[in-house]
Design a binder for this molecule. Structure first.
Ligand code: AKG
Length: 210
């Protein structure tokens, strides 16, 4: 999921789009993000990574891909799978999502990210793969505040396929940060972001993205 110059800091007004910043560090009160619009080195890399994951990822079925909202179970409006170290799982407003053993392609992406000094040399032990088959697929507002998450580690998100909008909202501050997550881009989110609500809304006519 995607660059550079993250040391260059600039503050922007609320709602400013990441495309106005370029590759940059974005900071709002409790929100600390670094967006790398072209993390993957070329469109060939992007196409190759996307094609590999499209071929190799086997998504969970409705027994796991469901969410509990307002007292009822609903099918998840996207596909999901998880890969990671043995015994690692993730639980949010859904059943426990166990990690399948690393796919070689995902392990290779994990190792590239771990070797990247800009990202702090984090050894990632888990990868959640969300697939948005069409523009109708989305993830609603949520906080990444699950106890399974290591509070000292960033969440790093590589986007492949169609560009999709993503936003963070801080309800008490009235602040909103919007990003257009381009295919081949990478978003690094610090732990503090977990105070904000994040969402990837439905977007008419968008093609497949992961
Ligand atoms: O797919 C994305 O880029 C967003 C996913 C997300 O916010 C989550 O899984 O918590």
């Amino acid at each position: 999921q995607r660059s550079n110059a993250c040391e260059r800091r600039r503050r922007g007004r609320a709602g400013q789009r990441a495309s106005e910043f370029g590759s940059n560090f974005i900071e709002r009160r409790q929100l600390r993000l670094t967006y790398y619009p072209a993390y993957l080195p070329s469109s060939r890399w992007l196409a190759a990574c996307f094609a590999l994951l499209e071929r190799q990822v086997t998504y969970y079925g409705p027994d796991i891909a469901k969410v509990f909202v307002f007292g009822k179970w609903h099918p998840m409006p996207r596909q999901l799978c998880a890969y990671g170290d043995a015994g690692v799982a993730y639980t949010y407003s859904a059943p426990r999502v166990p990690a399948k053993p690393w796919l070689p392609s995902l392990a290779a992406i994990r190792d590239v990210l771990a070797a990247d000094a800009k990202l702090g040399h984090v050894r990632f032990n888990f990868a959640l793969v969300n697939r948005y088959a069409t523009g109708d697929n989305y993830i609603g507002e949520h906080r990444d505040s699950e106890p399974d998450l290591d509070p000292s580690a960033p969440i790093v998100s590589l986007s492949l396929g169609a560009q999709r909008d993503f936003y963070f909202r801080q309800p008490l501050m009235g602040e909103k940060v919007q990003l257009a997550l381009a295919g081949g881009s990478l978003l690094a989110m610090q732990r503090a972001n977990q105070q904000s609500l994040a969402a990837l809304p439905a977007q008419a006519e968008a093609g497949p993205a992961a």
